[in-house]
Structures are given as structure tokens and as C-alpha cells.
Design a protein around this ligand. Sequence first.
Ligand code: PEP
Ligand code: MN
Length: 260
Amino acid sequence: MKTNVIELFKQKRPVVISGPCSAESEEQLLSTAKELADTGKVDILRAGIWKPRTRPGSFEGVGVEALGWMKKAKEETGLPISAEVAKFSHVFDALKHDVDVMWIGARTTVNPFSVQEIADALRGTDATVFVKNPLNPDIQLWTGAIERLQGAGITKIGLIHRGFAQHQKVKYRNEPKWQLAVEMKRRFPDMPMVCDPSHICGNRDLLQAVSQKALDLNMDGLMIESHINPEVALSDKDQQVTPSVLDQLLSDLVVRSTSV
Ligand code: PEP
Ligand code: MN
């Protein structure tokens, strides 16, 4: 069974997507998912199955076995599940495991060949796909990725703003360049726009302010990484929060009905 996630965005703001950067073990994923579900504030579970690491030698994800854990987490918590796909075989496995939302990561959106391969793999399905901005601040590439999915007949599409890579890391891990997200929302007014404060910030301290800024810019959802024990996370440990910290962060957000 799959949830129509696009409909969810018509009922609630913000829609909250959370879960670990990477699925590391069945125990880690299920305990994180259960605590997230218990907050009553999380709508969709996320986890990285195949991790596109910038440099080799870091944890590259567990692979397809983790999709079995995701499926179990969905059965036990009722939360729809989401995962990153970067090539044909990922799409094939995600479809087989009833993944409710697939997303295309920042390192994949930059490559039209990869995006086209994913679009072709999804042709004829009713998949829901979210597209992260490319690593570099080029919204033509972001737009092109959406057009490739549309060209393959995919209609349930959303956007994820995760900030843009920079040579020098000053404040943010990835510079938000909010105006580019606002411009994409203007280009695709009917698509939900989710902000990913975790990858913008690169640390826990800025998450609250960046999440609030996203809401103030009228974004529709938040994707925030969480881990049952962030200190021992195998990827992105500095930016992940426990489910209870996430609960507090979400409680402290002010949802204003504004327009930009
Ligand atoms: C992620 O969501 O864990 C991830 C790898 O993100 P991005 O593609 O934004 O770097
Ligand atoms: Mn991550």
C-alpha cells in the first residue's frame, strides 16, 4: 500500500519528513522510526539506502537489505517511507518495496543522464518523486530534472531545497540562497516545496532558525535528519538530532500564514 503524499501536502503545513541520514541497522532504523512516530508530528520516514558520498572510503549505505527494514518500519509505525534513488536499479528496488516517495539527491540532479535514466525507469508508474536542488546554484538544471520526469509521464512531483555547495564553509554547510528556492516555487506553484535544513546547516545549532525561515518563506514541508543516537551515526553525525530534540524543535516553530 502506498500513501498519496502529494495529497498530504494539501492537508497540513509543514509536512514533516524525518529519519536517519543512513539506514545503518534494523535496530537503529526501527527504534528511530518508532520514536519519531510517537511524537505524533512526523508524517513521512526517510533514510538513505545507497549513500552518494563525495569522497570514497566513507560509509556508502547498506543497500537493498535496508529497504526490507524500511518496509517493516512502515508496517510497525504506519508512516509512509521515502528514500533516495540515483539509478535504474535503485528505482527497481524502491518500486518493489513500496517506497511511497523517492527523491533524487543533489549529486544526481546535476547529471541529466542520471536523471533521464531514473525518469525512464519510472515511466508508466504512478510514483511520487521529489527533486533536490543540484549541488551548484543552477536552477535550470533543477528545472530540467523536473521536465525530464514530466516527460516520462510522472505527475506527482515535489521540490527539496537543500542549499548549494560552496568552496569555503562560512556559516552554512550549503549556502541556502533562499531566492533560488523562492524562484522555483514561482516556476512550479503547484508542487510542494520542502526545505532540508539538515543539509543546509551541517550542524544541529542552526536547525531551528533555518526551519523557521523556511516556514516564513511559505515552504510546505521540512526534511530533518534524526537518529536514535546521533553521536555514533555513520554519516552526517553533526547535523542529526534525536527524535525528542526534533519534537521540541517542531513544537517551537511558529507557523504563520504568509505569502511571499
Ligand atoms: C541525504 O538526504 O542524506 C543526502 C545525501 O542529501 P543531499 O543529496 O542533499 O546531499
Ligand atoms: Mn545526510
